[in-house]
Design a binder for this molecule. Structure first.
Ligand code: 7TS
Length: 408
């Protein structure tokens, strides 16, 4: 049972547009951000046209409607990741802010000089820099689970590191460069057995896989709407309610309080305690519509489709002399193919592909240490989503042959 790809593509108006030189857009950059279906665009439009008001503070019709829509989206998101309660869904701006919330609130209340935090060598900068900052401020220690040549985590080294009783293990569920899907349940279970709290960067997993908070048992889990057919400007921090209850607030201001005196305040209950100020209301509603959209199609079908396209892309890319693809085989990864072309800078590859309307990203993809590990400054990266097709892979491959010709 595969996806009705032509029907799905019709939901994404942008896939129909052309570049200035009349080329159809071949969008192979969904790892950076996904495209948005009309269902999401219209949900946000309808909200502004019909229901716009501030939330949680009015008794009038519009305020009640806006509040119900904003909170309704939270319920949908909770269900989508099988959280035990929607109180465990904190709206943030994005994955980056979600990780920073944990670093500022939980970590600053719980970590002291010498405490160990375990990360991995394949982290996005957003799961590195907040911990570097805490290291500078607090003197915490950082260790990294190494990445093998094949682009998977060295779990034996992880098990050895766990003997040093880390306070926190924080890792990405899926790499945005290698595409590697890490064995999250196993990593979490081992961390818990060693007494550590676990934070998962789910920026790349939630859009592409079925994730189940209660089965995974992660303590914190972060993701962004914009990579899963939703709008920019909103993300989620999932946290187990007991942990969130025990943490101090992150930002102070309106909405996150129960009561304020001139010299003191009482924090609001979950999830509002962590949502200071007027939030991204239209974006939350768009996020809810994105979750509805993905749910209706079915995450298992989406994952199967992406697997098929990725397997095909890996076969075709590896056929090209001079192309080296990074990361494990298709069965261990999601729809991300980062590659180099011998003798051509990744930026030149991307720029020449762009002349044919083919959108790939080039650079270190905010994973500079990982590129350093592989001894390269940058890669070109083609990535796939539910609307990607094998024909688009074929166009990518022809484009790369063109680049090769130009560079002799
Ligand atoms: N973690 C991972 C694994 C990511 O891929 C990204 C974004 C982030 C965190 C940060 O997400 P944000 O929504 O807070 O920005 N990754 C990419 C990328 O690969 N290209 O552009 C953004």
């Amino acid at each position: 049972m595969s996806l009705h790809i032509n029907e799905i593509r019709k939901d994404f108006p942008i896939l129909d547009r052309e570049t200035a030189n009349g080329k159809r857009i071949i969008y192979l950059d969904s790892t950076a951000t996904s495209q948005k279906p009309v269902q999401v665009i219209e949900a946000m439009n309808d909200y502004y046209r019909r229901s716009n008001a501030n939330i949680h503070r009015g008794v009038h019709t519009l305020a009640e409607e806006a509040t119900a829509m904003y909170e309704g989206a939270r319920e949908k998101i909770a269900k989508f990741i099988n959280a035990a309660s929607s109180r465990e869904i904190i709206y943030t701006r994005n994955t980056t802010e979600s990780i920073n919330l944990v670093a500022y609130s939980w970590a600053r209340a719980n970590l002291k000089s010498g405490d160990l935090v375990i990360l991995t060598e394949m982290e996005h900068h957003s799961n590195l820099v907040p911990w570097h900052m805490l290291q500078m401020e607090r003197g915490i220690e950082l260790e990294f689970i190494p990445v093998t040549e094949d682009g998977v985590l060295e779990l034996d080294t992880y098990k050895t590191l766990l003997n040093r009783t880390p306070k926190l293990v924080s890792f990405t569920h899926m790499s945005n460069v290698l595409g590697t899907i890490n064995p999250a349940a196993e990593i979490i279970q081992l961390a818990h057995a060693a007494g550590a709290i676990v934070m998962v960067d789910g920026a790349q997993s939630v859009p592409h896989l079925t994730v189940d908070m209660q089965a995974l048992d992660a303590d914190f889990y972060a993701f962004s709407a914009h990579k899963m057919c939703g709008p920019t400007g909103i993300g989620v921090l999932y946290g187990k309610s007991a942990l969130l209850e025990s943490m101090p607030p992150f930002l102070g201001g309106g909405d996150m309080i129960k009561e304020v005196k001139l010299r003191s305040f009482r924090a609001n209950s979950l999830p509002h305690k962590f949502e200071a100020g007027t939030p991204a209301i239209a974006e939350a509603i768009g996020f809810g519509a994105a979750v509805d959209y993905l749910t209706k199609i079915g995450m298992d079908k989406i994952a199967a489709h992406e697997h098929e396209v990725t397997e095909y892309a890996l076969d075709r890319l590896e056929e090209i002399p001079g192309v080296k693809v990074f990361g494990p085989s298709a069965d261990k990864k999601g729809g991300v193919t980062a590659f180099t072309l011998e003798g051509v800078h990744p930026h030149d590859v991307a720029q020449i592909l762009d002349r044919d309307g083919i959108a790939v990203r080039a650079g270190h993809h905010c994973a500079q240490p990982l590129h350093e590990k592989f001894g390269i400054p940058a890669t070109s990266r083609a990535s796939f989503y539910l609307y990607s097709t094998k024909e688009e892979v074929d166009l990518l491959v022809s484009g790369i042959y063109k680049v090769k010709e130009m560079f002799g």
